[in-house]
Design a protein around this ligand. Structure first.
Ligand code: PFF
Length: 490
């Protein structure tokens, strides 16, 4: 199988696809809030430590594994020890479940992109989002009502994902990233420069940068920084291993890791300046304090920002579409990267064509996504998001570090890392992977277990119970079912 394996046609194709994967919704709407609520300016210190310790080291680990094995994610684990294939499917399936709601969130954004041309959310964006878009009903009855608009948008986003992913990596993911990523960067530069000229912008960005040095003594701030880096760089999601398995032999892994990390972090810090300047303008116009305006995720994009656009006048007809188009572009390039490990692993194991595999995965994914188009959808979505990110992914990435740090010859990986590069990585890296990362990830996981297992309402427990069952059964089935090669051999 690996002889026919695809290869990026240039190192630029790999880099731009990797940056497209890293720069996603997390950078645009998660980072500003995480920064603000974890010490403002002083957050930069744990953030940089997290990049150097976790981001860089883990990215090098994942790149070297992909580059060395040149196989699909599931086959890589299988080659180390057949039983470990379960871990690979566990991670792939977790990521696939993330995809199932990520699509719907991009769908909401698609609707807002259209609405932004005429401020279609009306005078009360909060009510509009909850009633007209989500048709929200958090009780069980909500499962039997649905939002036609969200359903249509979800279908459209799945269709886009299918269109990009069913092609080979160069004419699909790489080609689309080469268009969307530069456009995204240009649009964000325009938004930030414009927002800096708004009256009150300085109220926003000074609130963002004001340091709270005492906060550095709080462990939660460090946990937040490490969590943000993991999430933002798409680490532990099988993506880096899969993307680097398509790399040609002369690739420079250290340089690639440094470029991706630098681009991702500069993007999120720069974008946060724009977000805070816009909130500063709102604070200046309406007298509301920044701490009451800043929220994360959907609250920021679909409620707080439409409120700002309502008081902005005509400039909002440009800034609004630009903002929602940024989220769309960032979302699409991350979405296809989240789908890639599952598509590649399934088609490698079962010998099915890329087109057929993508079609089946998109259809199954769409069926799962329909849950998020129901009245109860946004409620379930939040539970999926918390559980999968704070528990499943962390567990997967911890396994990954332990497997490659302890049960595989890590010296071979270090050799691969240093192969083509001028900046050599020392043996410190092995110690970070073997000791530091497992400790850091265990702390994150313990917090995640506390948040996602011990906190919640009875409905939440039912949904988490279903997720746990799925995450046990589906990976076991995918591991046990005989693949094409196995069935030929046996
Ligand atoms: N790194 C991307 C982001 O920051 O949005 C992609 C991503 C990360 C998607 C984590 C989904 C996710 F749960």
């Amino acid at each position: 199988m690996s002889q026919n394996r695809s290869e990026w046609n240039s190192s630029f194709a790999f880099l731009i696809a990797m940056i497209g994967s890293a720069v996603g919704l997390g950078n645009i709407w998660r980072f500003p809030y995480v920064l603000y609520s974890n010490g403002g300016g002083s957050f930069i210190i744990p953030y940089i430590v997290a990049i150097l310790l976790l981001g860089f080291s883990l990215a090098l680990l994942e790149y070297s594994v992909g580059y060395k094995f040149k196989a699909s994610f599931s086959k890589t684990f299988n080659k180390i020890k057949p039983k470990l294939e379960y871990v690979a499917w566990f991670i792939c399936f977790t990521v696939f479940l993330i995809v199932s709601y990520y699509v719907t969130v991009i769908g909401w954004d698609l609707l807002y992109l259209i609405l932004s041309f005429f401020k279609g959310w009306g005078a009360d964006p909060n009510l509009f989002f909850i009633d007209s878009i989500l048709n929200q009903n958090n009780s069980i009855a909500g499962l039997f009502t649905f939002s036609p608009l969200v359903l249509i948008a979800t279908i459209l986003v799945w269709a886009m994902a299918w269109y990009i992913s069913h092609r080979n990596i160069n004419s699909g993911i790489a080609k689309v990233s080469k268009i969307l990523v530069p456009l995204l960067f240009v649009m964000v530069i325009i938004i930030v420069l414009f927002s800096l000229t708004l009256p009150g912008a300085s109220i926003g960005y000074s609130a963002m940068f004001t340091p709270d040095w005492g906060a550095l003594l709080d462990l939660n701030i460090w946990i937040a920084a490490f969590g943000q880096i993991l999430f933002s760089l798409s680490l532990g999601m099988a993506i880096l291993i899969t993307y680097s398995s398509y790399l040609p032999d002369d690739s420079k892994l250290v340089d690639n890791a440094a470029i991706v990390i630098f681009s991702n972090s500069s993007f999120e810090i720069f974008n946060a300046i724009g977000v805070f300047s816009i909130l500063g303008f709102m604070s200046f116009t309406s007298g509301i304090q920044i701490n009451e305006l800043i929220t994360e995720g959907t609250g920021l994009a679909f409620i707080a920002f439409p409120k700002v656009f309502n008081v902005m006048g005509d400039a909002a007809y440009i800034l609004g579409p630009l903002f929602f188009a940024c989220i769309l572009f960032a979302g699409i390039t991350s979405l296809v990267s989240l789908l890639e490990p599952f598509i590649d692993s399934i088609s490698d194991k079962f010998g099915s064509s890329r087109k057929k595999t993508t079609t089946i995965i998109c259809i199954i994914g769409f069926c799962i996504s329909t849950i998020f188009t129901t009245g109860m959808g946004s409620f379930i979505l939040e539970i999926f998001d918390g559980f999968l990110n704070n528990f499943s992914l962390l567990l997967g990435v911890l396994f990954e570090c332990v497997i490659f740090g302890w049960f595989y010859s890590i010296d071979d990986l270090l050799e691969v890392i240093n192969k083509n590069t001028s900046i050599k990585i020392g043996i410190w890296w092995k110690n970070v992977v073997k000791y530091v990362l497992p400790i850091v990830l265990s702390v994150l996981l313990l917090k995640g277990i506390y948040d996602s297992i011990f906190l919640g309402s009875p409905e939440e427990y039912v949904i988490k119970g279903i997720l746990i069952l799925l995450l046990i059964i589906v990976p076991i089935v995918l591991t046990k079912v005989k693949g094409k090669e196995n069935s030929v051999l046996t």
